[in-house]
Design a protein around this ligand. Sequence first.
Ligand SMILES: Cc1cc2nc3c(=O)[nH]c(=O)nc-3n(C[C@H](O)[C@H](O)[C@H](O)COP(=O)(O)O)c2cc1C
Length: 332
Amino acid sequence: MALSTAFTRMFGIEHPIAMGGMQWVGRAPLVAAVANAGALGFLTALTQPSPEELVREIGRVRDRTDKPFGVNLTILPTMRPPPYAEYRRAIIESGVTIVETAGHRPQEHVEDFKRAGVRVIHKCTAVRHALAAERMGVDVISIDGFECAGHPGEDDVPGLILIPAAADRLKIPIIASGGFADGRGLVAALALGAEGINMGTRFLATRECAIHDNVKQKILASDERDTSLIFRNLRNTARVGKNVVSDAVVEILSRPEAQFEDVAHLVAGQKGKAVMEDGDLSAGLYWAGQAQGLIHDIPAVGDLVSRIVREAQDILRGRLDRLFADATEVAV
Ligand SMILES: Cc1cc2nc3c(=O)[nH]c(=O)nc-3n(C[C@H](O)[C@H](O)[C@H](O)COP(=O)(O)O)c2cc1C
């Protein structure tokens, strides 16, 4: 049986589970597998080298599924910004109706998507940013706690506080992101006021995820302590899997007067791509969150999603429901 929430009803999906955009990972076979599992997956626009390639990748998802899916557009401050407006047009003109935005100053993108009738989930890491996005007219907030892979922001507020703090202040539905990997997390997120969960790291260790097996094995071998926070002093904190490169970046940037230029050769996006594709774990950085400590297998996406939902239902109808029965026994 499915769990119905405001999130599943808004997007016409079966389960309250999303797979957020993942650079070098969010490609058609994985996104289609997530859609076919009844969850909501996002292609990552900037993984495609051009807007034209993105259009073709959207077509490849449609070849594999007729269920809902979306596209992630990540707006980051970079030296050479990609042609965001062209990617945005490609998404709209392809008839995609669901977008996940993330990053800095999404207003122009949100306005254009909304004019085109696209539903927008904006992912952010602070209640004040979520409120600003709500005022811009986004449909859902994906609130990303400090546990997450990627950019947790600078406030260091974990999901246990951030999710209910966001739920208290926002009128639109929220989904909870960062640190989720199983049915226990899904029940907790629902209890904290979210309408579903968003996962990244958990989906890396699935059969349909086309990253090198070395990275999947590394995630299985890692525990919840095996991440590094880099770029803290640059106020652009990122959580990555701990390896020799992340250790070197942390060490170099801890030196007085250290600048981004001192680590630029270590952190180039193409090196991260090499880790994911060639499996050389010392070639560069790879994004991974603390949820690594909860990941012990490499299931098919469909099995993972149904297991999470089944676990959640067992907790709700089993262990939690029995608390009432036990309380009655004490009372009589
Ligand atoms: C390999 C990888 C790449 C990611 N790339 C992006 C990205 O390009 N844009 C984005 O908005 N989020 C990105 N994320 C973040 C995820 O969409 C998601 O918010 C995050 O992984 C949730 O935390 P979790 O890993 O604990 O589940 C990435 C995460 C991973 C693991």
